[in-house]
Design a protein around this ligand. Structure first.
Ligand SMILES: [Zn+2]
Length: 862
């Protein structure tokens, strides 16, 4: 297996050859020597090697961990790929026109050589430690977050001090003297994931969107080639971050920086996987090369000054931004429905020179993510991104929205060969799949549905799990992960493996997640179909909760020890906290109450008479129209503030007298103050036609006719309810015949069952948000920022939500990091950096939820 990979000496020879063959485009040099006196190779690729240092540059590092061979191999393949195509491929020519590529194919030559010739899974360099042991983990030897330790035999020993190692000093000296570097990519294996840098404080930084987008766009290039989905993961809260890594050091110098973890094993089978990995990463690297100039300090195209939401509806969003416009620039707006999504032509929704944009055709109660960048149309240069806008559209008029988190004590995992399964519940990550030692593992996720109203009708649902780690899924394209709804009659003890294994699954939710779609750091969503929503609703009504069994592959293949996925539980010391708990998102409506209204007054109005005894419409003996009018009173309806009309229609029954002539009847919604005289009715103002016209002929087959309100007529009807005014309708005949006389249809009135009716379906739903919180304040307590407020006293108050955003006043309850939701009157910003200005937005909400306008508190760093 090893013979298919290049050794360090072999790659050096290849680079020497390339230098001979492409003297104007390629250069090999040494940037330092290792403990064992090997040269640390640096290669440069440029359209003009003499001017390479004058161009913005990509910095590639590989195999800083000795056993992670992919970096070294990818560098060789990528260099050859580019140089061989440079003469003929115009795309590559255009990418390289403004960009230089620097690559350190192997940042740990001694360790790699040791791994190549002796101990495959060696990770560190080959420093002789004082105690006779060997090696420092070079990726723990950089200064940012460096941790001092004396455990020299540890695989992550960071060395006696930062930059104690010749390898890391060589990288430092090169990067510090090459200010033209704008993007740094550090290649490792394994995990199929990008780890972008962060500032160790877990605040979004100005370039968070840039890093996520760069990774997402590279991930999309990979997906296009192999179908493999890569995760994007900034890591756990500060205490758990990886210390002393190169990535953070490069980022501290203002470089967009990420680790790329390739594949499912440290050293993969070259024929099977490594070739695939190389092939999928070349276009991703090319994408990064093309982005390099956009992040240069010399880029004249600056990002927008601001990017804000001005309005959110259930189906639209209005956005605005600030920029000093000129005719040579335009803006690109990208929209995604998932976090950490790419920005490419397939989700570019607007190119505009305006400073605002209205997005329509959105779905109610759904998450949307917007990105913006500026483009110079003359040079093609693009600005970095402004921090992303995140929002959720409002519920539709008949909808309610709920987010339910898994119940701690009924959520956990059970493994075939463990006898402490009960102790996993509420505290341990959810391990799902198979492992040589643990055997088969299932996760159980329980969600209480007690607060879903009895008469709720679930319209839309999804179950969401947060993948923390996929490092234990070590087999390529093997197995799938499913979420099943458990039949609770067959459930038994959820903490016993046998019971979980035997429980019956009523239905699996949505589509399976296959092994190559497993990511980390990006929520995985299983969406319910209409049928599955029904099952969910039944579970809620019958048991007050739903239980899910999450399952993965149940067999291993020879030579492999595990195919196991780790999902976050969000509880206990291993969990990431509230925001990462398994959650069920629901959209539901309520079974409507049906109110039938009978007319207060009915008139038949013809040229010669006004008649209150019967209803007829058609044409009189002179060919003049005969109208019918109907008036209804809405006083029996519940109050407007707590009622939403969801459907309305008008029922009319004809008597048994039929005519064959071409007469059609139109029902018109008119202003309620119509006078009962012929001229004012003939010249009435129509608000809207209700439903479609009906022909006299159709009445023969169907005595009962319904005229259905459209959405506009419903809005007016709601307004009438608000004003408690009467509503009125006119039934008008028309005919295509020039002269039609003495033809009319009579309609039932005496028989109550057949009498004209206005039928209104309505649900109890609050229309307006509650008052805002009051008496807000910020303070410091035990070194943490504390946000306090007073909740409104109104009935209907359900809670308060607190969001923070370092870049703008949050307009949406989703536009920032969620700090709190509940009924308390204070919260702490646990990981909030005290030296960064930021906004806190406090919203109140009711059961819909309608959110109040936020109260914004600005935190100013001292
Ligand atoms: Zn590594």
């Amino acid at each position: 297996m090893k013979q298919l990979y290049r050794s360090y000496n072999e790659s050096t020879e290849i680079f020497k050859d390339l230098e001979k063959k492409f003297p104007n485009n390629f250069k090999l040099e040494s940037i330092g020597q290792t403990w064992e006196k090997r040269d640390i190779n640096l290669i440069t690729i440029s359209m003009d090697i003499k001017k390479a240092d004058e161009q913005p540059a990509l910095f590639f590092t590989g195999t800083i961990h000795a056993r992670e061979w992919i970096g070294h191999e990818l560098a060789v393949e990528f260099a050859q790929y580019i140089l061989e195509k440079l003469d003929t491929d115009t795309t590559i020519q255009s990418y390289l026109k403004g960009t230089t590529i620097y690559m350190v194919p192997c940042a740990n030559p001694d360790g790699f050589d040791y791994s190549y010739n002796h101990f495959s899974f060696w990770r560190k360099n080959r420093r002789p430690n004082i105690d006779g042991s060997y090696g420092v983990d070079l990726n723990r030897n950089f200064p940012i977050g460096y941790v001092k330790s004396t455990k020299t035999t540890s695989n992550v020993y960071g060395g006696p001090e930062p930059f104690s190692e010749p390898e890391t000093r060589a990288l430092r000296d090169f990067v510090e003297t090459h200010k033209n570097i704008t993007i740094a990519l550090d290649y490792h294996s394994q995990g199929n994931v990008f780890f972008p840098a962060h500032d160790f404080r877990h605040e979004d930084t100005i370039d968070t969107t840039d890093m996520n987008t760069l990774c997402a766009n590279m991930a999309e290039e990979i997906r296009k080639i192999s179908g493999r989905e890569y995760g994007i993961h900034q890591g756990k809260p500060p205490i758990k971050l990886i210390s002393g890594s190169g990535r953070e050091f490069y980022h501290s110098l203002g470089i967009i920086s990420t680790v790329v973890e390739v594949g499912t094993r440290n050293i993969s089978d070259y024929m099977d996987d490594m070739n695939e990995n190389l092939r999928e990463h070349i276009p991703a690297l090319l994408y990064a090369v093309n982005e390099v100039p956009n992040y240069s300090k010399n880029n004249s195209v600056k990002r927008v000054d601001s990017f804000e939401i001005t309005e959110i509806g259930s189906h639209h969003v209005n956005l605005k931004w600030g920029y000093e416009t000129n005719e040579n620039i335009f803006f690109e707006i990208y929209r995604a429905q998932k976090d950490k999504q790419f920005c490419n032509s397939s989700n570019l929704i607007a190119r505009t020179q305006s400073l605002e944009f209205s997005d329509i055709n959105l779905t109610s109660n759904k998450d949307y993510f917007y990105n913006i960048r500026v483009v110079n149309k003359l040079t093609g240069e693009k600005s970095p991104f402004y921090p992303q806008i995140r929002l959720r559209t409002d519920c539709d008029y008949d909808e309610f929205s709920r987010t339910y988190y898994a119940t701690a004590k009924e959520t956990g995992y059970v493994a075939e060969n463990l006898n402490n399964n009960a102790s996993h519940f509420g505290v341990n990550s959810l391990f799902v799949g198979i492992d040589e030692n643990k055997g088969i593992s299932y996760a159980i996720v329980t969600v209480s549905l007690k607060s879903v109203p009895e008469n709720a009708i679930i319209k839309d649902a999804s179950i969401n799990l947060y993948p923390i780690n996929r490092v234990s899924t070590t087999i390529e394209k093997y197995g799938e992960w499913n979420v099943g709804i458990v039949n609770q009659e067959t459930m038994g003890d959820i903490t016993k493996y046998e019971d979980v294994d035997n429980m019956q699954i009523i239905q699996y939710v949505g589509r399976p997640t296959e092994s190559h779609q497993l990511t980390q750091g990006i929520w995985r969503t299983w969406s319910f179909s209409g049928m599955e929503c029904k099952t969910l609703q039944e579970m809620g009504q019958k048991y007050g909760k739903v239980v899910f069994r999450v399952e993965g592959p149940k067999e291993l293949i020879i030579g492999r020890t595990r195919q196991m996925m780790q999902w976050d539980i969000g509880y206990g010391k291993f969990g990431y906290g509230l925001t990462y708990r398994p959650r069920l998102e629901l959209t539901y409506t309520i079974k409507p109450t049906i109110t039938e209204l009978y007319p207060k007054e009915v008139f038949t109005v013809s040229r010669n008479s006004i008649n209150q005894d019967g209803i007829s419409s058609g044409f009189d003996e002179n060919g003049k129209k005969i109208y019918s009018t109907f008036e209804f009173n809405l006083s029996s309806m519940p109050p407007y503030e707590d009622t939403m009309i969801t459907k309305a229609y008008f029922e009319l029954n004809s008597t048994n007298i039929y005519i064959k002539d071409d007469i059609r009847f139109h029902l018109e919604f008119v202003d309620e103050n119509i006078d009962q005289d012929y001229d004012s009715i003939a010249n009435r103002e129509i608000i809207q036609n209700i439903g479609y016209d009906v022909s006299a002929n159709e009445l023969k087959n169907n005595q009962t006719q319904y005229f259905l309100f459209d959405s506009f007529a419903e809005i007016i009807l709601n307004e009438k309810l608000k004003n408690k005014s009467d509503v009125a309708f006119v039934l008008k005949p028309t005919s295509s015949k020039k002269s039609i006389k003495n033809k009319s249809v009579s309609w039932e009135i005496k028989n109550q069952a057949l009498s004209p009716k206005l039928i209104i379906e309505h649900i109890p739903k609050r229309r307006y948000p509650l008052p805002k919180v009051t008496n807000t304040s910020l303070s410091l307590e035990n070194g943490k920022i504390k946000i306090s407020w007073e909740n409104p006293k109104e009935i209907g108050f359900k809670g308060t939500k607190v969001i923070k955003n370092a870049f703008r006043e949050p307009y949406s309850t989703h536009d920032g990091q969620k700090l709190y939701a509940g009924t308390d009157n204070y919260t702490f910003d646990d990981f909030g950096a005290k030296d960064i200005d930021k906004y806190y937005a406090i919203f109140t909400y009711d059961e819909v939820p309608n959110y109040s306008e936020p109260v914004i508190i600005k935190y100013e760093a001292k």
